[in-house]
Design a protein. Structure first.
Length: 285
């Protein structure tokens, strides 16, 4: 950030920790609409929902006993690919919702593109216009690799209220190269819809704040919560700051977490912690 240009004012974020209703896109859009109303009434500029919020993470496994040791989970909902939306469909739905409440919205969904299905996230502005579309590049585990095609764009960005935003999804943030690529590209607030499973709560508690510190940016990490199929999501959504702290942290259950990402704090932190300037790239490139 140039010293002659004053930092943008703080960006007020609403992090929607929820798993919605797996297998029911309409119910999840209605839930997101209600969350957007709450976020807007609290002065938020941007609402971030978890990974695959519009569909559910594994909607083909929705039995009440799902995730309980020794139980069997029988499919009772359409497979995830059958719930996939074209990007234009998702943009229309999210755009109308964003316009109605006057705030930007980022939500995860399964994207249908030809014969492929992507694990995607779409960001729309407060006027309803699409700002950024990202496809998850690092697929986690056999389930995701069986369902999705990996994206091939590492850095996707957008501007909102003078702040440069970037988007990753879940497992992507666990690769330091991904986050550093965003820092090199000037990302100030990295938005990460996620579906973090038990027992990996250390990712939310420790790894994400370290990523924010080592690459000097804010990270808005927004998780699903509770059991779904054979999965159990740990919650613990947070806004991680460039000083390595998490000034806003959710618990294990559904929660609308409000937090501010301050570009002035980021500028001061980058000056005090010059990791990006002090790298010896000649040694490891």
């Amino acid at each position: 950030m140039s010293p002659s240009v004053p930092p943008a004012p703080p960006l007020r974020l609403a992090l929607a920790q929820s798993s919605g209703t797996p297998g029911d896109v309409r119910a999840n859009l209605d839930a997101l609409d209600a969350l957007a109303a709450r976020a807007a009434s609290s002065g938020a500029h941007l609402l971030v929902a978890p990974e695959l919020f519009l569909s559910g993470y594994a909607p083909e496994h929705r039995s009440p006993d799902a995730g309980v040791a020794g139980s069997r989970s029988e499919p009772d909902a359409p497979p995830l690919a059958a719930l996939a939306l074209e990007e234009a469909e998702a943009a229309a739905e999210l755009g109308a919702l964003a316009r109605r409440h006057g705030l930007a919205v980022l939500a995860g969904y399964p994207e249908r593109a030809g014969s492929a299905t992507y694990n995607s996230a779409l960001l729309v502005g407060p006027d309803g216009a699409p700002l950024a579309a990202y496809r998850k590049t690092h697929l986690y585990g056999p389930y995701e690799r069986a369902v999705f095609t990996a994206g091939d764009r590492a850095v996707v960005q957008a501007e909102l209220r003078g702040v440069r935003l970037g988007v990753l999804i879940c497992y992507d943030v666990e690769f330091p190269e991904n986050v550093r690529a965003h820092a090199d590209a000037g990302t100030e607030v990295l938005l990460v819809p996620t579906a973090l499973l038990a027992p990996y709560d250390f990712v939310a508690r420790s790894l994400v704040p370290v990523r924010a510190f080592e690459s000097q940016l804010h990270i808005a990490y927004v998780n699903r919560t509770g059991p779904e199929g054979g999965f159990d999501f740990v919650g613990l959504s947070c806004l991680a700051a460039p000083d390595g702290t998490a000034p806003a942290r959710a618990g294990a259950g559904p929660e609308l977490l409000l937090a501010e990402a301050d570009p002035a704090l980021l500028a001061a932190s980058r000056a005090a912690n010059p990791y990006l300037a002090d790298r010896r790239t000649d040694l490891y490139r």
